[in-house]
Ligand binder design. Structure first.
Ligand code: AMP
Length: 308
């Protein structure tokens, strides 16, 4: 059945200590879909403008990603410009042009209706909820958000995260939603807002899963679980690492017959693997050219990195 993801498909201009790229293909849904495509079938719901051509479309279709839900609108695609010159863990946003995204009304192709795994990437929480409600067959719904929605659209965001099975956000966002600067207390407070499982991304330091009694059907209580990030000699471009983590995590979960604590823990490592590939090149360059063998090889590197 695979995964459906709704989110941004964008052009990004990026500057990092390793160099600069102008208008490379990006967007949260793009990074997520490419990473997840190595594990399961993926369908995308998004809107793009007239600047999204055959070359960009081919990035998706070459990976077998279903693009029937990518609507073509008159105007330009979402554009984001950012840099990471002071801190590789935190993007400095220089420009966000919503363009066709400003009037985005997600349209869900009938062929996507049976989707069992739904990922709501970082978009307006009202739209996230609308997509969720239109896909009643989804048995696992995960989502992301960002500070703009936490600070300026809190009520709508809280309504959306109440209905999530898995919330995947970074540490700053976790603390900001909870209004608490201690990560463990903040994570507990966020879980009490509704998501069954909370995955907190720590950039170059990995990610931690916090489970609740509602995380798994058999009520097995589970301790928090941390997966490290790969120590890399050079980080070329961190853009999309979080979405690639989410794609690897969710892709692996969706490829498994059961959702157990062991599957979620392994998925955390696949998330870290996909995040580590993403940052090795600009934009989606690395994620376009992987193989499942290379992914599993790196999974083994992670095993050696962490095994006593
Ligand atoms: P990440 O580095 O994983 O947090 O995600 C970066 C991607 O998110 C980039 O490719 C951007 O195009 C996209 N992005 C940046 N700002 C926004 C926004 N306000 N809404 C949706 N997507 C965004």
């Amino acid at each position: 059945m695979g995964i459906t993801v709704v989110g941004s498909v964008a052009f990004d201009s990026i500057e990092t200590p390793a160099g600069k790229r102008e208008r490379c293909l990006g967007g949260a849904a793009t990074h997520f879909a490419l990473a997840a495509s190595y594990f399961t079938e993926v369908s995308v719901i998004a809107v793009v403008g007239e600047d999204f051509g055959a070359e960009e479309e081919a990035v998706f279709t070459k990976r077998g990603i279903d693009t029937r839900g990518i609507e073509r609108a008159t105007g330009k695609s979402f554009f984001w410009a950012g840099s990471y010159l002071d801190n590789l863990n935190e993007a400095k946003t220089h420009q966000t042009d919503l363009n066709v995204f400003a009037s985005f009304e997600p349209k869900i192709p009938a062929a996507y209706a049976g989707t069992e795994f739904l990922f709501l990437a970082n978009i307006d929480p009202v739209l996230q909820r609308r997509v969720r409600e239109a896909m009643p067959n989804a048995k696992l719904v995960a989502g992301d958000t960002m500070n703009y929605w936490i600070n300026d659209h809190r009520a709508a965001l809280l309504e959306t995260i109440k209905g999530l099975d898995v919330l995947v956000i970074n540490d700053t966002e976790t603390k900001s939603i909870a209004g608490n600067s201690n990560l463990v207390q903040a994570a507990q407070a966020v879980i009490e807002l509704g998501p069954k499982t909370l995955i907190v991304k720590h950039g170059e330091y990995g990610a931690t899963a916090f489970f609740s009694q509602r995380s798994f059907a058999d009520h097995e209580s589970s301790h928090p679980f941390r997966a490290p990030a790969m120590p890399l000699p050079e980080v070329v471009d961190p853009t999309g690492a979080g979405d690639s983590f989410a794609g690897g995590f969710f892709g692996y979960v969706a490829s498994q017959p059961e959702m157990t604590p062991a599957v979620f823990r392994k998925a955390m490592f696949y998330g870290s693997v996909m995040g580590s590939f993403c940052v090795e090149r600009f934009g989606t360059e690395r994620a376009q050219n992987l193989t499942r063998e290379k992914i599993d090889e790196r999974f083994e590197v992670f095993r050696k990195l962490t095994h006593l």
